[in-house]
Design a protein around this ligand. Structure first.
Ligand code: SF4
Ligand code: SF4
Ligand code: SF4
Length: 564
């Protein structure tokens, strides 16, 4: 048995147990090291120098890039380190446009937080940053503002290392260095897929979610339109922490109450159309399996993935299910139901996702020049609207969603987490209709936060090869294997690591995806109906609205969009 190894941090002996660096070891004893550029899922960059520690010989080293060694002795909070950190912060603030009170990231900004933590009361250097507010608004998903960039590189690494997109990178040198697309083109003309993962990691307001709140208020104030709203599964477990509830807690009833108080006429749950997606996608999968159709069938609910396929892998477009995403199915059904009504319907979708803003604007989802979904706002924007309304969210009495798009199954709810779509399909195809069947489906291999999960499932004489993937870099790895000839039958792809619980439009906290996915599985467990096919409203929507027009209302075909 190997002997335990220790190092000393601030006079406390700490056991080294596989930690990659001193920063992780500090967290173990409750010391939160200041950092702008450290993220455990990304490569070590070591650029911000905020996490410096002092060793017993008086040398200083970056805690994020120094592996712990037995016998090492370091201090995390000396007079010299405090001075050093203050200097860095003052230099960053001198190069930062200080529009704090009108910044989207006000009170969520890491630079602001650390300036307060280190008691910065003035900046000795002249402010060199020009206000460049909204200097790239070309994307419908995110907005870039170079004047607030502190060059930590987090966005570049997440876009390259996790998403394999590489839409942005460092450009120029020295004091001219900036984050840029290739040739400084607008983001909308770059390979960006709108996933918003760069906005999620950006410690300042230099990349933020594009805000569409104003057009929603305008519609709510307009007496000549009727307003309806749908709420995606992952929103209900992610909104709480910023509104005095818990991250992972299901606060759907309070969200519904808040939306009614804001003035929405109809409040619906996207989970119902996720149930319809399960019905359509399973039918398509079985049809392809039994009639020699194109395999693998690849899921279609994630618009970040759809854009990635269109731009980088058009050869897989025929593999993608023709089902519209649950958001677009619901938009299409709501507009269909409102046809001929006296008042025009303005339909809003509340999503965990920045890429859904792009999806709603696609020409494929317009009828007579009108979109099926008029505005998409993210969980972050909903929080702003609730705060702006002055509602005391944690004290709201929960309310139920409206019918007919209100009855849900547990299968639809778990769409918000990686593996959820696959599990919902397994519940649909499983012949075991007992509780044991649900347990069997839960243990097939699709649950958990790993980026690639694979398993085999018997189907008649065959063994189906199924892959569940989250993060576009992981998708790339699986697609390369499929291109090289490896056989897959079904692949679920979600662009964001962990799925929509960790979408670019969600409030960002470390370890949030675990708490939120646990929250969604708990919502599923509490439902009396847990299989999409057992949702009685699904059947009535087919009878009363969809009728024989499933192809027109629920399906879509995408075509290649080549990168420049
Ligand atoms: S939105 Fe996604 S694809 Fe676009 S730049 Fe950000 S991380 Fe890259
Ligand atoms: S845009 Fe944000 S994440 Fe990217 S380098 Fe600048 S501050 Fe860092
Ligand atoms: S995984 Fe979810 S949140 Fe992320 S891009 Fe896809 S649909 Fe949007």
């Amino acid at each position: 048995m190997s002997e335990k190894q220790y190092m000393t941090i601030d006079g406390i002996p700490v056991e080294i147990n596989g930690e990659k660096n001193i920063l992780e070891l500090c967290q173990k004893i409750g010391v939160k090291m200041p950092t702008f550029c450290y993220h455990s899922d990304l490569s070590i960059y070591g650029a911000c120098r905020m996490c410096m520690v002092e060793n017993k010989w008086g040398g200083i080293e970056a805690a994020c890039s120094t592996p712990p060694r037995a016998g090492m002795e370091i201090k995390t909070n000396t007079e010299r380190l405090r001075r050093y950190r203050k200097n860095i912060l003052e230099l960053l603030l001198a190069n930062h446009c200080r529009d704090c009170t009108v910044c989207e990231n006000n009170q969520k900004c890491k630079l602001q937080e650390l300036a307060m933590r280190f008691n910065i009361e003035g900046v000795r250097f002249p402010n060199r940053a020009k206000s460049t507010k909204n200097d790239d608004t070309s994307s419908v998903c995110i907005v870039r503002d170079a004047g607030k960039c502190i060059l930590c590189g987090d966005c570049v690494r997440v876009c390259n290392e996790i998403q394999n997109v590489g839409a942005i990178d460092f450009a120029h040198r020295g004091s001219k260095m900036v984050i840029s697309t290739a040739f400084g083109k607008p983001l909308a003309e770059s390979p960006c897929v709108g996933c918003g993962q760069c906005a999620a990691v950006c410690p300042t307001g230099a990349i933020v979610v594009k805000n569409n709140i104003d057009c929603v208020w305008e519609a709510l104030d307009n007496p000549s339109v009727r307003t309806s709203v749908q709420i995606a599964p992952a929103v209900r477990v992610a909104i709480g922490k910023e509104l005095k509830c818990q991250d992972g807690e299901n606060v759907m009833g309070k969200i519904v109450a808040a939306l009614r108080r804001m003035g929405f006429d109809e409040v619906y749950d996207t989970t119902l159309s996720a149930d319809i997606t399960v019905m359509e996608e399973t039918a398509e999968f079985i049809e392809r399996l039994e009639n020699g159709g194109k395999l693998p069938l690849v899921t279609s609910c994630c618009p970040g993935w759809i854009q990635y396929a269109e731009k980088k892998h058009p050869e897989f477009l025929e593999n993608i299910s023709t089902c519209r995403s649950p958001m677009q199915m619901m938009g299409s059904l709501i507009k269909e139901q409102n046809k001929g009504a006296e008042k025009k319907m303005f339909h809003v979708a509340i999503m965990p996702c920045t890429a859904k803003k792009f999806e709603a604007s696609r020409p494929e989802f317009m009828k007579d020049g009108q979109p099926d979904v008029d505005a998409v706002i993210t969980t972050q924007e909903l929080i702003l609207m609730i705060k702006e309304s002055g509602l005391v969210f944690d004290e709201l009495e929960p309310e139920a969603v409206d019918m007919p798009f209100g009855a849900i199954s547990g299968a639809g709810v778990i769409f918000g987490v990686t593996g959820g779509v696959t599990e919902a399909v397994l519940r649909r195809v499983s012949e075991n209709k007992s509780r044991a069947g649900l347990l069997e489906a839960a243990n097939a291999g699709q649950r958990g936060m790993e980026g690639i999960k694979e398993f085999y499932l018997p189907y008649g004489e065959r063994q189906l090869h199924i892959a569940v993937v989250s993060g576009l870099g992981n998708a790339e790895r699986v697609l390369l294997r499929a291109s090289a000839g490896e056989h897959f039958d079904f692949i679920e792809i979600m662009a964001c690591p962990g799925g929509c619980v960790n979408g670019g439009g969600q409030p960002y906290f470390s370890n949030a995806k675990e708490a939120r996915s646990k929250g969604l599985y708990e919502v599923d467990r509490m439902q009396s109906i847990r299989r999409s096919q057992e949702n009685p409203i699904v059947n009535s929507v087919y009878k009363k609205i969809i009728k024989d027009r499933a192809h027109e209302l629920l399906h879509v075909h995408y075509t290649a969009k080549h990168e420049d």
